[in-house]
Design a protein around this ligand. Structure first.
Ligand code: NDP
Length: 326
């Protein structure tokens, strides 16, 4: 038997809670992992609260991230005793996930824990931090260098936002943080933000083009915010768009793209190819200051997951949550 968060949906409704499960119930897979830590991302919050259509099969163990030790393996490249990380691949959506003491997975989904990180640090990064790195890599690919000008990060106090600020500041960019929580300005400045702006300046319907300000942007918010970010990009700037905290819509015009040569770079962490994941994790090992990671991380146990997921979806959680599943 092992402990897990279980989401059920039936005539009695949609509900999530701590359960004891039998190991024989674990899904198909060629690797069994004894999980050490998982995390809570926005998507886990949507799954646990039922606020978004994340879970595709019921009952489901949520958790899109995990780190742990391999207990059984028939996969050629994964050995018993290896410490491995899993991010995405639909785990926690259509395959039982990381908010549990055990998981059974496909070996091809796993990446080795980089030697630079402890298992807990890997989950402090989690999908949010790995996605922040994918966003930074996309800006770099499109020629956004620190000398080009200011870079904007929206949803600054969230998991993706806070890691993106720490990474970009460390790489020498001038980072402007957009937030609805001005009371967290000192925290954002400690991470490396040079200036804080109120997210209300971006969240309402705006003009097709605004003053050219941003050389690059990491947007975790979508909707009117992303439209306004595009409108405020400098000539040939790039926006890495990864999130929808304000909304899934994009009420924008083509003006920034056809008049200013702006690039909208879409970022998906879930199905990103293995080579890009390995590159992102090795860049995180090089470019993320572990001291910054410590200040954005808080830890909870499995018993706190459901309440914390509600607070996360209400925008009350700062930075990253690590879940000690044992
Ligand atoms: P968090 O909940 O940690 O952060 C989201 C942040 O967005 C909040 O802290 C808040 O920041 C801001 N926010 C919340 N609600 C609103 C709103 N209504 N309007 C404007 N801003 C708002 O989530 P994550 O960092 O884990 O994820 C951020 C987004 O990125 C999510 O939409 C998630 O689904 C997406 N994502 C996508 C991935 C991909 O592969 N494409 C991978 C990982 C995440 P503040 O208080 O500072 O304003």
């Amino acid at each position: 038997m092992f402990k897990a968060i279980l989401i059920e949906k039936d005539d009695a409704g949609y509900r999530a809670g701590l359960s004891e499960l039998d190991a024989s119930a674990l899904p198909e897979g060629d690797v069994t992992v004894k999980v050490a830590y998982s995390t809570l991302n926005y998507k886990d919050g949507l799954a646990i609260t039922g606020k978004g259509p994340v879970v595709r099969k019921f009952p489901m163990v949520p958790g899109i991230d995990l780190v742990g030790t391999v207990e059984e393996s028939t996969h050629a490249d994964v050995k018993i005793g290896d410490t491995v990380i899993l991010n995405g691949w639909g785990v926690g959506e259509n395959h039982w996930g990381g908010l549990a003491q055990f998981a059974r997975l496909k070996g091809e989904w796993l990446v080795p824990l980089p030697p630079a990180f402890t298992p807990r640090q890997a989950m402090a990064i989690g999908t949010a931090g790995y996605t922040a790195m994918l966003c930074v890599m996309a800006l770099e690919r499109h020629g956004v260098t620190p000398d080009r000008g200011e870079v904007l990060v929206t949803g600054a106090n969230g998991g993706v936002g806070s890691v993106a600020i720490a990474l970009l500041a460390r790489l020498g960019y001038t980072v402007v943080a957009s937030t609805g929580r001005p009371q967290e300005a000192e925290f954002l400045k400690t991470l490396g933000a040079a200036e804080i702006i109120d997210r209300a300046t971006l969240s309402e319907p705006g003009k097709p083009l605004a003053r050219e300000r941003w050389a690059g942007a990491v947007d975790t918010v979508g909707s009117h915010t992303l439209a306004n970010v595009c409108a405020g990009m400098r000539y040939r700037g790039t926006v890495a768009a990864c999130g929808l905290a304000q909304g899934m819509d994009l009420p924008a015009t083509v003006a920034p793209f056809i008049l200013r040569g702006v690039t909208l770079a879409g970022i998906d962490s879930v199905m990103a190819p293995r080579e890009e994941r390995l590159e992102a994790w090795s860049r995180l090992a090089r470019d993320l200051d572990p001291a910054k990671l410590d200040i954005i991380t808080s830890e909870i146990g499995l018993g706190d997951v459901v309440d914390t997921a509600r607070r996360l979806i209400d925008g009350q959680v700062r930075g990253r949550i690590v879940v000690d599943v044992n």
